[in-house]
Ligand binder design. Structure first.
Ligand SMILES: *Cc1c(COP(=O)(O)O)cnc(C)c1O
Length: 382
């Protein structure tokens, strides 16, 4: 992909409109070089096992097309999305080369559209298997797919009884080129849980009933459960984007995003001033305040981390998070040190995605995919 093409894709990723850096209320920096380094780090752990890239929900909100282009430079040629529509868009963006798998399977009636777009379904049920087989027959050619079995998560994939049934059905896989038999771990981020080993054993049992094919089990955290979980293909998402795959240990991944918000206004208030909606905060001393142009309308959870940072100084939020703004107490900074248009850090060296998530009682994944359509997006490290 040429740089010009990547640039035009960036325009699309920014919600169809290019918000200039000058016009935007906040700037999201996405380090494609860090994503590539994270892919290399995972590959180093995988010891020769192939490593896909999971790009569902627009590459965890960071731009599926841009992330795919970066990972392709690392030789990554297998991608996973959740929905057919995401697959169609990604195929248009990256061209015919890499395999694109649709994790949620195909809605009934969409098989021809998927086949024409050159996408591989993850077949999650006997009904989906039959539909894909029939499309292959009608197109008179073999069609690729992955087959997912439910090894103990009860979300997607063929249940054990279904696997047993298709295993003995004559011609069940006729015309289907099974690229992978796969399953997904429910508790991979809790390495001490027996559920992991139980799922691995069940995966072993189920896949042996199916036609011989390469196998795939590990998501990001699954990679860190060790080689027994690696099989022939790993499917990391979150770790590529800098989310810690081992929540109780130091993060082995590079941070990928930075988020900075612009100061819209500064002011001074006297003791007793009511600040923001509901006057949820009242000044107990004269304060200097800055209002920044970022709020829950940008995906900043009302309970997410409650401070911004500027040149090493912590600037606590005061009062409630509004839809489009947050008020900071900047009294710790020298007067007029922070001015209109200056940028403060919401996510960066002082506060990670996982830190922000922890405050909101959520996970880094949700913080990432929530982050706003209104931001100026700056891709670096391509
Ligand atoms: C989301 C997903 C992944 C990637 O999971 P991470 O935890 O983000 O690495 C892998 N496989 C399946 C089936 C998924 O749904």
């Amino acid at each position: 992909m040429s740089d010009a093409e990547v640039t035009s894709l960036q325009t699309v990723a920014a919600g169809g409109s290019t918000v200039s850096e000058a016009a935007a209320g906040a700037i999201l920096t996405i380090d494609l070089g860090a994503i590539r380094e994270n892919h290399r780090r995972l590959k180093a752990r995988l010891n020769g096992v192939r490593c896909a890239g999971v790009l569902k929900a627009d590459g965890y909100g960071l731009g599926a097309a841009q992330v795919a282009a970066a990972l392709m430079k690392e030789g990554c040629d297998i991608f996973f999305v959740a929905l057919l529509g995401e697959g169609i868009a990604l195929r248009k963006a990256i061209g015919p080369g890499p395999d694109i798998f649709v994790l949620n399977g195909l809605p009934p009636g969409s098989e021809a559209e998927a086949a024409t777009a050159g996408l591989c379904p993850v077949i999650n049920s006997a009904i989906q298997l039959k539909a894909w087989r029939e499309i292959a027959r009608s197109m008179a050619k073999g069609l690729p797919a992955a087959v997912q079995v439910d090894s103990g998560m009860a979300r997607l994939g063929m249940a054990p009884a279904e696997v047993e049934a298709v295993a003995v059905e004559a011609g069940a896989f006729e015309g289907i080129d099974i690229r992978f038999v796969m399953s997904h771990l429910a508790r991979a981020d809790e390495p001490q849980e027996a559920a992991n080993e139980n799922q691995r054993r069940e995966f072993e049992r189920l896949r042996k009933m199916l036609p011989v094919a390469p196998a795939s089990l590990a998501n990001s955290s699954g990679i860190f459960l060790g080689p027994a979980y690696h099989y022939d293909l790993a499917r990391p998402g979150a770790a590529l984007y800098g989310v810690n795959p081992m929540p109780n240990e130091p993060n082995p991944m590079l941070p990928v995003i930075g988020l900075q918000a612009k100061v819209a206004q500064t002011r001074e208030v006297d003791t007793g001033a009511g600040i923001g909606y509901g006057h949820a905060h009242q000044a107990d001393a004269p304060l200097r305040l800055a209002t920044i142009s970022l709020g829950y309308g940008d995906g900043w959870h009302r309970r997410a981390a409650s401070a911004a940072w500027f040149e090493g100084a912590r600037l606590p939020f005061v009062g409630r998070v509004s839809m489009d703004s947050i008020i900071l107490d900047i009294s710790a900074l020298p007067a007029s040190r922070l001015r209109e248009g200056d940028l403060v850090e919401l996510i960066g060296p002082s506060q990670s995605v996982d830190d922000a998530a922890g405050h909101a009682g959520t996970i880094g994944y949700e913080v990432l995919i929530s982050l706003g359509a209104r931001f100026h997006r700056r891709y670096i490290g391509a």
